[in-house]
Design a protein around this ligand. Structure first.
Ligand code: PMT
Length: 312
């Protein structure tokens, strides 16, 4: 029997940094309310499910956070204030363009006139780095981007609820873009061993419980006036639309974006109660560096505006 969402929160303690993050979110939201901004919560990356309290091992999923990080950039570009709620160490907006050795490869070391080493961007890389840096600096200066991190499923659910409490003040001007890959199974806190599972004790039996579907209280209680967008990931084309529609009927939110694991970078389907449409990138568009998230965000911005004005 899956626990209810109330039981989940009663049985799984909040993360130690919840109060600190709550305060950051409250201050950010207060500022955006004063400016009359539209706001979007982008959830991004996968949640972990720890197998021990002092966690050595955990169950994870495939999500790298690419969808969330690139969408956050396009939302900023479209004038939204963005709360980017992401798995710690997953892909982040702006930084994603210059990750790892790519960044170091953009730099060069030379000697200044007094002989001390100077580090600068290679002239050949300036045109690549400049637009990214300019957009990053603009987001910093406009104070329209707030990043908050989670790791475990429980961190994610606590943080999500805390952010929703702040977003409810925005009414229909808030959008929730739930792109994180949230685990459907977990080990309840009281069933988890404290210490590392020992191999000398033999093959462990790990019993996973079903995670309550958090979209239900989110849509009906926490942010009932907001424009809520959920994602549906499948691997079988034949059940994608059916599952997306079933989610809409169950949770009564505004739109489900269906995607297949295999083609998620170049094709998505927008499913609403009355409509179904597709966004697709051709091979040559992909080669030119176009991203499907640009099309997704443009579509959602239009739909959100119609929703706010009551013309949808
Ligand atoms: O990060 P990338 O590598 O770029 O990949 C992007 C993506 C494929 C992860 C993304 O596009 C996507 O599809 N995200 C949702 C995947 C997912 O978890 O689907 P789901 O069927 O488990 O959940 C559907 C919706 O229910 C989600 O919007 C989730 O927020 C919500 N949910 C999930 C579990 C749960 N217990 N409660 C929920 O409310």
């Amino acid at each position: 029997m899956p626990s209810t969402w109330e039981e989940f929160y009663a049985e799984n303690p909040p993360p130690s940094d919840l109060d600190k993050n709550k305060q950051r979110v409250q201050e950010f939201c207060q500022k955006q309310l004063e400016h009359g901004s539209h706001i979007v919560l982008v959830t991004s990356g996968g949640t972990t499910v720890p197998l021990e309290h002092l966690t050595v091992r955990f169950v994870d999923n495939f999500s790298a956070g690419t969808r969330g990080a690139s969408s956050a950039e396009y939302f900023l570009n479209s004038g939204y204030a963005v709360i980017f709620m992401h798995r710690i160490k997953s892909i982040e907006p702006f930084v994603r363009h210059v990750m790892g050795s790519k960044f170091l490869d953009m730099l060069q070391v030379s000697s200044s006139s007094n002989g001390s080493p100077t580090i600068s961007v290679k002239p050949s890389e300036v045109d690549n780095l400049l637009p990214i840096l300019s957009k990053y600096k603009a987001a910093q200066e406009s104070q329209k981007l707030l990043q908050v991190g989670f790791t475990t499923l429980s961190d994610y659910l606590w943080l999500l609820r805390a952010i929703c409490e702040c977003l409810s003040a925005f009414g229909s001007r808030a959008m929730l873009y739930l792109a994180a890959a949230v685990s459907d199974f977990y080990v309840p806190a009281e069933q988890m061993p404290t210490h590392k599972i020992q191999s000398q004790d033999g093959v462990p039996t790990i019993h996973l419980e079903l995670v309550p579907k958090i979209l239900q209280p989110l849509v009906s209680l926490w942010v009932p006036s907001a424009y809520v967008v959920s994602f549906k990931l499948e691997t079988d084309e034949n059940i994608l639309i059916k599952k997306a529609r079933s989610a809409l009927n169950t949770y009564k939110h505004k739109i489900v974006i269906g995607n297949l694991l295999q083609s998620r970078r170049n094709r998505v389907v927008f499913v609403t109660t009355h409509d179904e449409s597709e966004a697709r990138l051709t091979h040559s568009q992909e080669q030119q560096g176009l991203e499907i998230e640009e099309l997704i965000v443009a579509h959602l911005k239009r739909e959100h505006e119609k929703f706010i004005s009551g013309t949808n």
